[in-house]
Ligand binder design. Structure first.
Ligand code: NAI
Length: 255
């Protein structure tokens, strides 16, 4: 299994790190336009392999798509992230051009790859990629719901004081502060309905915090978050690579 990640910035490199650490792929290629940046990240990560115990080959590339050839899954994280006070939609002007160019380069070298879109505004970028490439709908997947659901589970876990791994909960809808739909009624803790365990006001607060989860972190960090986004992408890639048949809320075309 070969996975390419375009954009070796915060989200891309965290995702590459998680994929290598979890031994999801035999090879991970990180590509960026910044000279030697992806190579540096790849070398640094490779130097963790004997410490963390993985053998994944990690390759860095400065805009050389030949190195990405034959990838099974390609993750697109290239583009600018939002700054405090910005909406994801405001990134469209810059990121649309980047995503278009990157996808066309990718498909030249990996015509059969499954493409996972992360760059924001993610839902729009996913649709744009689908339209531009004309690929079948099951080969273009937008990642947002996996992250939003992880945030929802975290806030539920904090409110309940129970481990997030024992909580099942999902966010559907768009990957935007006002378009997300945390499914509060269906959330459960070890089979128990969370709506029976929390007050309605507590559950509403959890839902509201989830919807602005990205904005809250951007305000604290001065840029978009990366640990949970990178981990969310790695879970999605793992499910595709290992055919786990898991259910993830994603951005995908429905007929
Ligand atoms: P970042 O600025 O740390 O990294 C972006 C990288 O893309 C930079 O290293 C830059 O050099 C590279 N890049 C720019 N143009 C390129 C091109 N044409 N080819 C190859 N590389 C190129 O940004 P970060 O924080 O990693 O975020 C990346 C994107 O992911 C942003 O658009 C952000 O809004 C989005 N995002 C999406 C999430 C989601 O759930 N869908 C969650 C978090 C971030």
């Amino acid at each position: 299994m070969k996975v390419t990640i375009v954009g070796a910035g915060n989200v891309g490199s965290t995702c590459a790190d998680a994929i290598a650490f979890k031994r999801i792929a035999s090879e991970v290629v990180l590509l960026d336009i910044k000279e030697k940046f992806a190579e540096g990240k790849a070398l640094d990560m490779t130097q963790t392999s004997s410490l963390l115990g993985f053998n994944t080959k990690i390759v860095g590339s400065t805009n050389d798509y030949a190195k990405t050839a034959g990838s099974d899954v390609v993750v697109i994280t290239s583009g600018i992230p939002r700054k405090p006070g910005m909406t994801r939609e405001e990134l469209i002007g810059v990121n649309a051009g980047i995503v278009k160019t990157v996808t066309s380069n990718i498909l030249e070298h990996s015509p059969d790859s499954i493409i996972v879109i992360v760059s924001n505004p993610m839902d729009t970028m996913t649709y744009l990629t689908l339209k531009e490439t004309g690929l079948p709908k099951n080969r273009i997947i937008g990642m947002g719901g996996a992250l939003d659901s992880a945030r929802f589970r975290t806030y539920l876990s904090l409110a309940l004081n129970k481990p997030s791994n024992d909580i099942h909960a999902m966010v559907i809808g768009g990957h935007g502060d006002t378009t997300m739909i945390p499914l509060t009624r269906l959330a459960s803790y070890n089979g128990l309905k969370i709506s029976d365990l929390l007050q309605e006001s507590e559950l509403s607060k959890v839902a509201a915090d989830t919807m602005v989860g990205g904005k809250t972190l951007t305000g604290m960090l001065g840029t978009s978050a990366w640990y949970a986004p990178g981990a969310a992408v790695s879970s999605l890639v793992q499910s595709i690579a290992c055919n786990h048949m898991k259910i993830f809320p994603c951005s995908a075309l429905l007929n």
